[in-house]
Design a protein around this ligand. Structure first.
Ligand SMILES: [Zn+2]
Ligand SMILES: [Zn+2]
Length: 767
């Protein structure tokens, strides 16, 4: 006969509103345990009493079989005296005091709900808002905490008797599912088409009919509106591009099922898992060759990849079932504006784009775009972290002595609020370049402050004086301010992403970041830890003739790079020069005289130069386009490489920085071009050359510092070809390589890095 014990259990993490108490209840009951379970400000508390074996088994299964939406951060136990009380019970909630529990992210419709959705005998048959404890809207409908129906946008819908009975029954799979509803009491769907059309009693069927007829449909989703078209309809795709003012950035697709995804793209096991997981991100996948009638050319012109997602709301499931083929599902906005999510705003802003609106009356409280991920090195790598991921906190390996707000960068902005050992990185806000995104940013910060009860005392911001996020920080009263250099934030973000503190050799390659010396950086080698950095190497700076114009027109970078590569004159008549003959000389004069030509060590601009040289693109329509197309152009089988000199520069500290000659790489490419080598081969050799020089610099820095760990960050590392080469060269050379996983390597990860720097800085001043 084994001993009888009573154990107190505390579970922290995302454990409320996810069916945790009913799970504990049925687990304890099945093991014959007595005791109780309840919610409080810290999460879930429980007491279990029974045989030592049963209690031990309970603790194992508690973690192993937790409900799908639960994210357990910590389980702690303590022994208690026996009480000998009766059956296991669910105790009343003890809410009050400081809030420390977490709101879960939105979650794709679960298998149980899908079964009911398709069951003619079920009372929620074909009901587009079916959900349960394990699935449905969460973060996007929460107005305040505690997460309870009155504080969500479901407060407008009073539960009918049958829904209320499910909601209050601990044995029901809708126990305390805050958005629970049915056709009798919940939101309803409608199709708003041209005013002459009669209202439809089958909005889904009518919407599918419009899509098949080549119309553009605005569809209200979880975190905002999508614009949808039949993906196989070239005319519809062209119309959508014209109306959205989106020239050639690829559209994402929603496909009915995994089989369709596999027909369009190569889907390995990891990708299949990502496509079907409850977060339901857009997954970037290698496209199968061949035209294919399911996807029109204008959907993703010249792209080797497609961004695919599976339906994640019941509404999507019904619509995609009716279509039975892929649809374009792109953000409901005009290019560069944030995604529309408020009904009246959507109707106004999308009026010139959409032919009809498929809408409903459940309000979206906070805008969240679709998240974007891909598989890199056999693991998930997040490129845009938003719906389905946010607001889950990222646990970090160090603590924040004071609550921190990090304001992020300008492009792909996110902010981050951090407290103790948790960092809440916001949803994707977008490019902070207009009043609408700025409002999203400021309102988002207020919302996160309330939800997670974080009152920032230390505020981190980018050094760039003109960023709106920097100006926002400067306007705050009563807080300590800390400027964090852009590329240091990138490396700190990579460290925090990996739970490390450094020091490391940081390689931060991107388009633009304000340097500590007031010039534009972007091809940086830093010896860095969370608290500080030394600039240990960089790409030799070149002028950007015309400033921002040189970013929009990569041929200008080709002109300056070629001038640096061939001081005695160009070898032969290069096509890039012929195409831009009219302005070529004027642009070079501008650069020579330093008129509106800031210098930059940007790696992004080096890629731009080679892209223009090879004829990939003289002018871009979206950020990073030339570099993306250069990567697409490159022959991945090419093993040749261009050498680049590395020379010591003027010492700025104890360390003489290593200066990399980018123009050597451009000369290698131009020489090959003149010699008639094919562009894909040259693009491949250029990528290999960049990778080789990164490895060379890291090796030299290891000799100087003894550091054997390299952290890779910055938007340039979205380039899979380059990253693959760099990682294999560094690994072969004996380095340990840190890469981003949980937050993007692009500027979307900057806020986490700023927060990590602020925390480290605070810990130092504490000590
Ligand atoms: Zn469900
Ligand atoms: Zn109901």
């Amino acid at each position: 006969m084994s001993e009888r014990v009573r154990t107190g259990v505390r579970v922290e993490g995302v454990v409320q509103g996810v069916g945790f108490r009913p799970f504990v209840y049925s687990l304890a009951t099945s093991l014959g345990l007595a005791g109780l379970v309840g919610n409080d400000v810290d999460g879930v508390f429980a007491e279990v009493e029974g045989s030592t074996e049963a209690v031990a088994k309970f603790l194992v299964l508690l973690e192993q079989e937790a409900p799908p939406l639960a994210r357990i951060e910590r389980i702690s136990t303590r022994s208690l005296g026996l009480t000998g009380e009766g059956p296991f019970v669910i105790a009343p909630s003890q809410l009050g005091g400081q809030r420390r529990t977490l709101v879960s992210a939105d979650s794709a419709t679960c298998a149980d709900c899908l079964r009911e959705l398709a069951d003619p005998a079920d009372r929620r048959y074909r009901y587009p808002f079916i959900n349960c404890t394990n699935c449905g809207p969460r973060f996007t409908i929460v107005r305040d905490v505690p997460y309870d129906r009155p504080l969500t946008t479901m407060n407008a819908f009073a539960m009918c008797e049958r829904c209320a009975a499910e909601y209050h029954d601990p044995a029901d799979r809708r126990f305390h599912a805050q958005p629970v509803c049915c056709p009798d009491c919940g939101p309803s769907l409608s199709l708003v088409a041209a005013s002459t059309d009669p209202p439809s009693d089958d909005p889904i069927g009518a919407a599918a009919g419009l899509l098949r007829a080549g119309k553009v449909l605005a569809v209200k989703g979880l975190g905002g509106y999508h614009l949808m078209i039949d993906a196989g309809n070239e005319a519809a795709a062209a119309a959508l591009r014209a109306r959205k003012h989106r020239e050639d950035k690829p559209f994402a697709l929603m496909v009915p099922d995994l089989a369709t995804a596999r027909a369009l793209c190569a889907v390995d096991d990891v990708a299949a898992e990502l496509l079907t997981c409850a977060r339901r991100p857009i997954v970037l996948l290698p496209r199968r060759p061949g035209p294919g009638r399911l996807v029109a050319p204008a959907v993703a012109p010249g792209n080797r990849q497609l961004g695919l997602m599976l339906p994640y709301t019941p509404l999507h499931h019904l619509l995609l079932d009716a279509m039975a083929r892929p649809v374009v599902a792109t953000s409901g906005n005009v290019s560069d504006e944030p995604i529309a999510f408020r009904d009246s705003d959507a109707r106004t802003r999308l009026a010139g784009i959409a032919d009809a609106f498929l809408i409903h009356d459940r309000a979206i409280h906070i805008r969240t775009d679709d998240s974007v991920v891909r598989v890199a090195g056999g693991r998930e790598s997040v490129l845009r972290r938003s719906r389905g991921y946010v607001p889950e906190p990222l646990t970090v390996s160090v603590t924040f002595p004071r609550p921190v707000l990090a304001c992020g960068a300008e492009l792909k902005n996110t902010f981050c609020l951090a407290k103790r050992d948790r960092a809440f990185v916001s949803h994707h806000i977008g490019d902070l370049e207009n009043a609408e995104t700025l409002r999203s940013f400021t309102e988002g910060i207020e919302h996160f402050r309330r939800l997670f009860d974080i009152e920032p005392e230390l505020v981190a911001y980018d050094l760039h004086p003109d960023y709106l996020s920097t100006k926002y920080a400067a306007d705050l009263d009563g807080v300590a301010l800390l400027g964090v250099q852009h590329h240091h934030a990138h490396i700190a973000s990579c460290l925090a992403d990996n739970g490390e503190q450094g020091p490391v050799i940081g390689v931060a390659f991107d388009g633009t970041g304000y340097g500590s010396d007031g010039t534009i950086w972007g091809g940086e080698f830093l010896i860095a830890d969370l608290a500080g950095f030394v600039r240990a190497g960089y790409l030799h700076p070149v002028p950007m003739p015309g400033g921002a114009a040189a970013i929009r027109q990569p041929w200008r970078m080709a002109a300056t790079y070629l001038a640096a590569s061939y001081p005695a004159g160009l070898p032969g008549d290069l096509a890039v020069r012929q195409r831009n003959e009219r302005q070529w000389a004027a642009v070079l004069t501008m650069a020579e005289r330093g008129i509106n030509s800031p210098v930059t060590s940007s790696a992004g601009r080096l890629f731009d130069a080679v892209a223009a040289l090879l004829g990939a693109r003289d002018a871009v329509n979206y950020e990073g386009q030339a570099a993306i197309e250069l990567e697409q152009l490159a022959d991945p089988g090419e093993r040749g490489s261009y050498p680049a000199r590395v020379t010591p520069g003027a010492p700025s500290s104890s360390l003489a920085p290593l200066v990399v000659s980018g123009s050597d790489l451009v000369r290698g490419a131009a020489d090959d071009l003149v010699a008639g080598v094919a562009a894909p081969v040259i693009a491949g050799r250029f990528h290999n050359g960049v990778a080789a020089v990164i490895a060379t610099v890291c090796t030299r820095l290891r000799e100087q510092t003894g550091l054997g760990v390299v952290a890779l960050s910055g938007g340039v590392f979205q380039n899979l070809l380059l990253t693959g080469r760099v990682v294999s060269l560094l690994t072969d050379a004996g380095f340990r390589v840190l890469q981003h996983r949980r937050v993007p390597c692009n500027d979307g990860g900057i806020s986490l890095g700023q927060a990590a720097v602020a925390g480290a800085w605070d810990r130092l001043s504490d000590a």
